[in-house]
Design a protein around this ligand. Sequence first.
Ligand code: HEM
Length: 451
Amino acid sequence: MTSATTVGRVFDPAGPEHRPDPHPLFHRMREQAPVHRHVSPSGRAFWYLTRYADVQRALLHPDLGRELDRLPPELAAVHRRWDRDPLAMVRRNMFNLDPPDHTRLRRLMAPAFGPRTVAALERRVHQVVGELAGGLAAGAETGAETGGEAEVEVDLIEALALPLPIMVVAELVGFPAADLPRLRRWSDAMLRGRDAAQVRRAGLEFVAYVNERIDERRARPDTYTGERQAGPDADGRRAGPGTDDDGRPGGAGEDLLSRLVRAERDGAGISHEELVSSVFQLLLAGDETTVNLIGNGVLELLRHPDQLDRLRARPEMIGSMVEEAMRFNGPVGHSRPLYALADVRFGDAVIPRGDIVLPVLLAANRDPAVFPRPDVFDIGRDPNRHLGFGHGIHFCLGAALARLQARAAIGALVRRFPGMALAADPAGLEWTPDLFLHGVRRLPLLLRQRP
Ligand code: HEM
């Protein structure tokens, strides 16, 4: 017999044994307990949703919110016992806010992510990918010259996936290229610090750094151009994402940080804490997610050689290949936690007010009710309405930038290295330790320029 709700520890989607391949468990949960309350070893309860329709509905539901303060104090207090967030100083960003505060911040930030920014960054992304892939190709050539095989073994994550997204976030925000190593260190420590003290230390260092950059812009609010990494176009326009999409003339002072500093100064609706938290959010949202999309995408191509051949024969399929990678094994396991602000019914189950709900995007994307043959990796899948970038008002603001980077990186790799192969047993790959982000830590590849 199946029931809509299962209470207890029967299914533990966060269990480490499911990290390499959580999908068999998700299928069982979707069939037997699509609205599943799991109590973690520390005693905290989470409701996991694994059906596409439920995930979509949860992300649109007005009674499932992100602000703990909207719960009555006695219910909020239950969560605060667990929530000693070492990054509490950077929490006031869109991830953790509901309307109207979410709407206000999203309106301020969204224009900086529009088509003109993406177009301006496109050339830069292709240039950086070209340089990184060129370096790998040179490695393979050297192997040939020294009498060895015309191939090189690399960790794709380190060599290609990691350097790109952080560069894009830095360009978007307006951080100097020279600071990339520091940003990389803070991003890693804030997401994967050893302990709360290390996470907090990295958070405080990052906040101090952002405040310095803010002070620079405050000193010259309308003229700041920063140390851009990209020079001007041949016709004199800025090549970086300096122009925005709401009709302002391009030119000085138009990176995202300048825009937000000006909004704070003009009383246009952003507090200092929100400004710093929003910049932090971009590092959290745009870095490891994109790294994982590139890593997971290449891994699936290598695990499915017929699909890799198909892409080689028709390189224009790179766009739908990236969408299928998002669906099949996307970088984000579940959305940020949602609090039930009232009792909320899903099928037979009533989620009581005050409980936490986790819509599992990875599971929704393999729901056979929406995707025929969900466990088949098909780079031509159409339609492909995956929820890998979320849904509703929190839909990923950086989706176009992420797609651009994944297409450029995976496309270049496939084009340049016809003889690309896994240099490790896929079963032995190390995956991220929790369900929130989903990706491999290292991806050893053998790269050959000849088949
Ligand atoms: C939100 C996925 C890349 C910026 C989200 C959400 C998901 C997501 C699932 C919704 C989370 C929720 O509802 O709790 C991804 C994936 C990426 C990616 C899979 C890469 C493959 C980026 C990049 C940026 C970015 C490159 C910016 C540089 C954001 C922001 C939000 C967001 C600002 C919050 C939007 C809001 O709350 O209104 N992303 N993201 N993301 N993403 Fe992305």
